[in-house]
Design a protein around this ligand. Structure first.
Ligand SMILES: Nc1ncnc2c1ncn2[C@@H]1O[C@H](COP(=O)(O)OP(=O)(O)O)[C@@H](O)[C@H]1O
Ligand SMILES: [Mg+2]
Length: 250
C-alpha cells in the first residue's frame, strides 16, 4: 500500500537515508526502530511530504507522491493522520478545538465537526477533558489528544512519531494498547517510528531497523529477534536484559 523505493536523503555531507526501500501492507502496523539520529523522523516527514528526498520514490497505492505537483500532493494528505512527537497541540485552544481544527480546515460544517470531534475523543478516552487546555492535562493525555486529532479526519494511514517518548512505562503501555485498539477498530494501516522496543514488539506486525542509512533487519517480531546482525542484537539487549519478549526467547 505504502512503499519506499530507494529513498536517499542527505543533510550536508551526511547521508541519513541511503537507498532505503520497504513496502507496507494495507492494514498492518509497521514499526521503524533505531537509536536516535538514525533518520526515523526524516523517513516519516518524507512520507507525508514535509521533506523531499534527494532521490527515490514514495508510492501510495501505486502512485508516486514525490513526482506529484504540490496541488495533487496536498490532496493525497487526506490519506494520512499524523501524531507528531511533540503532540503539536495549539496552547491557546481547548482539547476539543484542537481536535476539530483539521475538520474545520477541510470545510466540514460545525455540527458535524463537533460530533466527529467527540467521537474521536471518546475513542482515545478523553471526552471528559474536552474543555481543558493542553497545559492543564498530563503528557499522556496530550498524546491522546494528538491521536484524536490524527484520526478525526478518518485517514487510511496513521503515522506515529515516538508515541511513547517522554511517558512513564505504565502510560507507554496504555498508549500501545490504544494504538492496537484503534488499528483493530478503524482497520487503518499504521506506521510507527520509535526507539522503544517494548512498544515495537507489543504493537508491530513487522519491525524494521534503521542503522547508518540502511535497513539492517526487517520482519515479524520473531524474525527480527532472530536477526544475525550484531547491531540488532545489541539494540535488543540494551532494552531487554534477558528472557522472553512476547514468548520469543532472546
Ligand atoms: N532539517 C534538517 N537539517 C539538517 N539536518 C537534519 C534535519 N533533519 C534531520 N537532520 C539530521 O538527520 C539525522 C536524522 O534525524 P532524525 O530523522 O530526526 O533522527 P531520529 O531517528 O532520531 O528521528 C540527524 O543527524 C539530524 O541531525
Ligand atoms: Mg525522531
Amino acid at each position: 500500500m505504502l512503499e519506499f523505493r530507494n529513498i536517499t536523503r542527505s543533510f550536508g555531507d551526511r547521508v541519513v537515508l541511503d537507498k532505503v526501500s520497504f513496502n507496507i501492507n494495507k492494514g498492518e502496523t509497521f514499526v521503524i526502530v533505531g537509536p536516535s539520529g538514525t533518520g526515523k523522523s526524516v523517513s516519516l516527514r518524507i512520507m507525508i511530504g514535509l521533506l523531499t528526498p534527494d532521490s527515490g520514490e514514495v508510492l501510495l497505492n501505486g502512485q508516486d507522491l514525490i513526482a506529484m505537483d504540490p496541488e495533487q500532493r496536498s490532496a493525497m494528505n487526506s490519506h494520512f493522520g499524523v501524531l507528531f512527537q511533540s503532540g503539536a497541540l495549539l496552547a491557546w485552544l481547548t482539547v476539543a478545538q484542537n481536535v476539530a481544527l483539521p475538520l474545520l480546515e477541510r470545510g466540514v460544517d460545525e455540527d458535524e465537526a463537533e460530533a466527529r470531534t467527540m467521537e474521536a475523543l471518546r475513542m482515545v478516552k478523553l471526552e471528559h477533558a474536552c474543555d481543558r487546555k493542553p497545559s492543564e492535562i498530563s503528557g499522556g493525555m496530550q498524546k491522546r489528544a494528538g491521536l484524536a486529532r490524527a484520526i478525526v479526519t478518518r485517514p487510511d494511514v496513521i503515522l506515529y512519531d515516538e508515541p511513547t517518548s517522554g511517558l512513564d512505562p505504565v502510560m507507554s503501555r496504555h498508549i500501545d494498547a490504544l494504538i492496537k485498539e484503534l488499528q483493530q477498530r478503524l482497520g487503518v494501516t499504521s506506521v510507527v517510528v520509535t526507539h522503544d522496543l517494548h512498544s515495537a514488539f507489543s504493537i508491530g506486525d513487522r519491525i524494521a531497523m534503521l542503522s547508518d542509512g540502511h535497513i539492517i533487519a526487517m520482519g515479524t517480531p520473531e524474525e527480527f529477534c532472530a536477526s544475525d546482525s550484531d547491531i540488532v542484537q545489541g539494540f535488543i539487549k540494551a532494552q531487554f536484559s534477558a528472557g522472553y519478549i512476547r514468548g520469543i526467547k532472546i
